[in-house]
Design a protein around this ligand. Structure first.
Ligand code: F6P
Length: 322
């Protein structure tokens, strides 16, 4: 690998609050390292269309506190094929890009790994509200999404209490239950349902709610991860079985927006710096991670092979605090 002169950064997959903080960090740390830094618009889709533009420190002013991604993001079917990946490599060569930083989740990292196999040096920065990037304790955006969900459920609890109802709230997370688990414990839910743990609606939910009513509870919160079911259908069934008036709320894309939390701004800023450090030290094809409170980096392939489970201690907490 010759001297690094130009690096590029893109955001890919579902957007996450804090992506802008990571972009800002990569641009400013890269310029400090003496690199030209290029922003790629619309992820791999934009890369394939040569949508690269050099960025300066002023281009990333006033974005630290804004959700979303100033580079936009998009999904790219073309890039999933080898021909598309080869074309992306050639476009990076045309622009003289020496290394590419990919801010996104597992799917984005698999694309980065494919580029690395064609000889493009890459660095991944985990950013997805799902927090399902197994090699990092936290991904950028997760903390903000959890706090957004919590604020919404605290409001829902007030109306559920007034009407003495059960509220089923569906949260995002794709096939993972990290958002649901953390939001569920944080809001004091009576039940938390996640794809990682099988459950029987009648036994584990309806009977639990009736037990709660016998204990004197007058309203109930059920947090449902989208990968474990549909709140609308579940609410109907719960009402039929328990005769407790039940309503459904799907939080949806509310969880993807908003100003990033202090935590997300912190890890995003430090991860961007670490990504540039990896490049400066000639350590390519790495994922920057937050592990045990420290920003580190590991081999990309190794990172993609890892598995992450729900923290065992949290599984029992909902029942203990019922
Ligand atoms: O991966 C983040 C996420 O918000 C998931 O939680 C959700 O299932 C998915 O993206 C929605 O994808 P899209 O934004 O493409 O509809």
């Amino acid at each position: 690998m010759g001297e690094i002169k130009k690096i590029a950064v893109l955001t890919s997959g579902g957007d996450a609050p804090g992506m802008n903080a990571a972009i800002r960090s990569v641009v400013r740390a890269g310029i400090k390292e003496g690199y030209e830094v290029y922003g790629v618009q619309r992820g791999y889709h934009g890369l394939l269309r040569g949508e690269l533009e050099q960025m300066n420190t002023r281009d990333v002013s006033e974005i630290l506190q804004r959700g979303g991604t100033m580079l936009h993001t998009a999904r790219s079917k073309e890039f999933t094929e080898e021909a598309g990946q080869q074309k992306a490599k050639e476009i990076l060569e045309v622009f003289g890009i020496d290394a590419l930083i990919v801010i996104g989740g597992d799917g984005s990292f698999r694309g980065a790994r494919d580029l690395s196999k064609l000889g493009v040096p890459v660095i991944g920065i985990p950013a997805t509200i799902d927090n399902d990037v197994a090699c990092s304790d936290f991904s950028i955006g997760f903390d903000t999404a959890v706090n957004t969900g919590l604020a919404a459920i605290d409001r829902i609890r007030e109306t559920a209490s007034s009407h003495e109802r059960c509220s089923v709230i569906e949260v995002m997370g794709r096939n993972a239950g990290f958002i649901a688990m953390e939001v569920g414990i944080g809001c004091g839910a009576e039940c938390v349902l996640i794809p990682e743990v099988a459950f029987d609606l009648e036994k584990d939910v309806c009977q639990q709610l009736l037990k709660g009513r016998n204990m004197g509870k007058h309203h109930f919160i059920v947090v449902l991860a989208e990968g474990a079911g549909s709140a609308v259908e579940m609410a109907k069934t719960i009402e039929e079985i328990t005769e407790i008036e039940t309503r459904a709320t799907v939080l949806g894309y509310v969880q993807r927006g908003g100003s990033p939390s202090a935590f997300d701004r912190m890890i995003a800023s430090l991860m961007g710096i670490r990504a540039v450090e990896c490049i400066a030290q000639g350590r390519f094809n790495r994922v920057v991670i937050d592990r045990e409170g420290r920003i580190q980096d590991i081999d990309l392939e190794e990172g993609l092979s890892m598995k992450k489970t729900i923290y065992p201690g949290s599984l029992g907490a909902v029942d203990t605090l019922f």
